[in-house]
Design a protein around this ligand. Structure first.
Ligand SMILES: NC(=O)c1ccc[n+]([C@@H]2O[C@H](COP(=O)([O-])OP(=O)(O)OC[C@H]3O[C@@H](n4cnc5c(N)ncnc54)[C@H](OP(=O)(O)O)[C@@H]3O)[C@@H](O)[C@H]2O)c1
Length: 317
């Protein structure tokens, strides 16, 4: 399986790109990479402009707009994708609340968005999912991600699927949590024995890859793309490496997964849900790219290592 991207024409393509979830951790970087390439962007999310959006609006006054749109609302979606030449879905849902279920957002709304993009005449559609997506998984979250890919593929023929590994970078959920706990706790609580394997990807590399897939003269033979960094770590080794780079001495303490599920169930009631059961579930499953699938190399991107990312974050903090 492979992909070929040709970019003989370096001029930015005409027409706007609509980015759903354009204010999120990955989405806002995708927006920035597109704007830097001279592409006009319409960012869509439920809430009014955040600080970053206001800055982008000033820096790219003629090429950046933000629209308030809920992916579950067909009329708002139709307005948000009107006239777009490409549409990207970077919307997340990590814990279910009431009728906001994984199926509702990652399957039903995702396929409606793809259908609306097709009806609006978009030439390209990029769906962000995750490594390990599997429509037959026993996990409700992983199953919804897999079913979402299938539903989007049916709604938009030729849609491009992007599966990032766990992403790291400034303001991430993984490294910043490890660093905070390593600096403050007398003993570091591991997920189980910390044997789950992870291959973290730098969020800026993933955003650049998505921008290239969106604007390149792409003839993508096959997907999905799986984007993961150059190093594979057990969770235990990842924690030790972060502590080493921070210059912190830590003592690791294995915590059984049932205890984590109980804690996550409580955390889901806390605003901002610092830990969810679907995140704990993901920490039980290896999150490593399938070497047989296209990835960064196919787009000419040299991915950043964990050390490079941590050093870059430390320099900026
Ligand atoms: N973060 C990772 O390490 C990671 C790893 C692998 C895959 N992924 C995938 O990458 C994608 C982006 O993840 P992320 O971590 O960047 O997410 P995030 O930081 O939580 O951002 C989510 C974005 O979606 C918007 N959003 C949420 N619900 C919406 C709705 N109903 N309608 C419209 N917009 C909505 C949010 O803005 P509002 O709240 O204002 O609507 C926000 O802009 C997701 O598919 C995620 O599963 C992430």
């Amino acid at each position: 399986m492979g992909a070929s991207i040709s970019s003989s024409d370096s001029r930015p393509p005409q027409g706007i790109v609509a980015v759903f979830g354009g204010s999120g951790f990955l989405g806002r970087r995708i927006v920035e990479h597109l704007l830097s390439s001279g592409v006009a962007v319409r960012s869509a999310s439920r809430h009014s402009q955040r600080a970053g959006d206001a800055e982008k609006g000033q820096a790219h006054a003629s090429s950046f707009t933000h629209v308030e749109a809920d992916m579950r609302d067909e009329a708002q979606v139709a307005r948000a994708v009107a006239g777009a030449r490409a549409v990207i879905n970077a919307v997340s849902l990590y814990s279910e609340h009431g009728d906001t279920t994984f199926e509702r957002v990652h399957v039903v709304a995702a396929s409606q968005l793809a259908k609306a993009a097709r009806q609006a005449g978009a030439e390209r559609y990029i769906h962000i999912s995750g490594i390990g997506s599997d429509s037959r998984s026993r996990s409700k979250y992983i199953r919804a991600r897999g079913q979402g890919e299938e539903a989007v593929g049916a709604a938009f023929t030729g849609a491009t699927f992007v599966r990032p590994a766990v992403m790291i970078g400034k303001d991430d959920a993984l490294l910043s949590t490890i660093a905070r706990l390593a600096r403050t706790l007398p003993a570091y609580p591991l997920f189980g024995h910390g044997e789950t394997r992870l291959q973290p990807a730098f969020v800026e590399d993933v955003a650049e890859a998505v921008a290239r897939l969106t604007i390149g003269e792409a003839r993508i033979k096959a997907g999905p793309f799986e984007f993961a960094g150059p190093g594979v770590y057990t969770y235990r080794n990842l924690v030790l490496e972060v502590a080493r780079l921070l210059g912190v001495q830590i003592r690791l303490v294995p915590i059984p997964f049932p205890a984590w599920y109980a804690l996550a169930a409580l955390c889901e009631f806390v605003p901002g849900a610092p830990l969810t059961r679907s995140q704990v579930e993901l920490m039980q499953i290896d999150n490593v790219a399938d070497a047989g699938r296209p990835g960064f190399d196919d787009l000419g991107i040299e991915s950043h290592s964990l050390d490079q990312v941590i050093r870059a974050i430390l320099e900026k903090s």
